[in-house]
Write a protein that binds this ligand. Structure first.
Ligand code: ADP
Ligand code: MG
Length: 331
């Protein structure tokens, strides 16, 4: 039995799979961003899988090329979270009806370009025509040459860091859905791009592997994913509202919101950021700043690891409150 509740939820389902079906060390208890095979010659092969469906992870009318590109990038983000470099992938495509020649050729061209950009090769997959919306699943394999970045390992006293910018993915979805209309074309286009083409932080993951204590990629919302790190490390992540890195476009959006606290909460509670959240010892701060400089990527200290459980939010007025929202789940 998964649960007595009528609504067991996505994570209860994964926990049941972990308990009853995923017993080998390679599964990492289904508690990480991927699985790992130790090949015996010192090499580690990291495996990740992600499935995207039109209307769920992209707009309903998204093309196969757009969905495939995002599916590849979200998988690469999971690889980045484990400090691995991409090598191969398999793509599984369920078309909603027989695709036309043009759609197929754009998809192939897109995959050709994406795999050049991220340095990996297609090695297999499956193609069917189904009855639901366009659905694409990718399985990506990558090498971790150094230590493996895991979700476990946060230490009391660590700094909590996040890469890039939080909240753009969700705002981009709002733009795509026509729910956010207050922004100018530049801001709207920028946010849409962030939603449709997330940038996997592969170079960062590789540089962090030897020095961060734990990491994951933020896909379901900053707070929900911070809770995963807290649970894995048996600790509490104390995050500060005022340090959450936001884009200019997000600030423009914030400036017309009535309740700032609710609005910033929404940016922290919603998904599709694909940034890396990690913790590291305080004395690694200078090295992390150097990595940020080398990669031309903002890395922001957004809090610290304290005793306790879950996520606490420190507000600018000095109040501290437990973060209640659990982020995006599919059911
Ligand atoms: P992410 O958001 O990083 O892609 P998920 O929340 O989808 O991660 O999954 C968390 C963990 O559960 C991962 O280790 C993933 O491999 C595993 N997982 C999710 N769904 C399944 C499934 N249907 N079968 C086996 N493992 C799963
Ligand atoms: Mg992930």
């Amino acid at each position: 039995m998964i649960s007595n509740s009528t609504k067991p939820g996505e994570f209860a389902f994964i926990a049941a799979l972990a308990k009853q079906a995923a017993h080998t060390p390679e599964a990492l208890g289904l508690g990480d961003d991927g699985a790992v095979l130790w090949l015996g010659d010192g090499r580690k092969l990291v495996l990740v899988a992600d499935m995207l469906q039109a209307g769920v992870h992209t707009m309903k009318g998204a093309s196969a090329a757009q969905i495939a590109s995002k599916a590849l990038r979200t998988n690469l983000s999971d690889l980045a979270a484990m400090g691995a470099e991409p090598a191969f992938y398999l793509s599984t495509i369920c078309w909603p009806g027989a695709p036309d020649e043009h759609e197929m050729s754009i998809l192939v061209e897109t995959l050709e370009n994406e795999q050049k950009q991220f340095n990996l090769s297609l090695i297999g997959g499956d193609t069917i025509c189904g009855q639901g919306p366009l659905t694409i699943s990718m399985t990506v394999l990558g090498w971790a040459s150094g230590p493996l970045l895991r979700r476990v390992g946060a230490q009391i006293g660590d700094d909590v860091w996040v890469s890039g910018i939080i909240g753009d993915g969700w705002l981009g979805l709002g733009v795509a859905q026509g729910n956010i209309t207050s922004l100018d074309t530049n801001d709207a286009d920028y946010l849409l791009g962030r939603y449709e083409y997330p940038e996997p932080r592969l170079a960062l993951g590789k540089r962090l592997a030897p020095l961060a204590h734990c990491a994951l990629d933020v896909s379901d919302g900053l707070i929900a994913d911070a809770k995963h790190l807290a649970r894995a490390g048996d600790c509490c992540l104390h995050l500060d509202y005022e340090h959450i890195p936001l884009s200019n476009a997000a600030r423009h959006w914030l400036s017309v919101q009535n309740n700032q606290k609710t609005a910033i909460n929404a940016l922290m509670e919603n998904g599709d950021d694909y940034e890396l959240l990690f913790t590291a010892a305080v004395d690694q701060g200078q090295r992390i700043d150097e990595i940020s400089h080398d990669l031309g990527l903002d890395l922001t200290r957004i809090g610290r690891v304290i005793k306790g459980q879950g996520v606490m939010l420190g507000t600018p007025d000095g109040a501290v409150q437990p973060a209640k929202h659990s982020g995006f789940t599919h059911f």
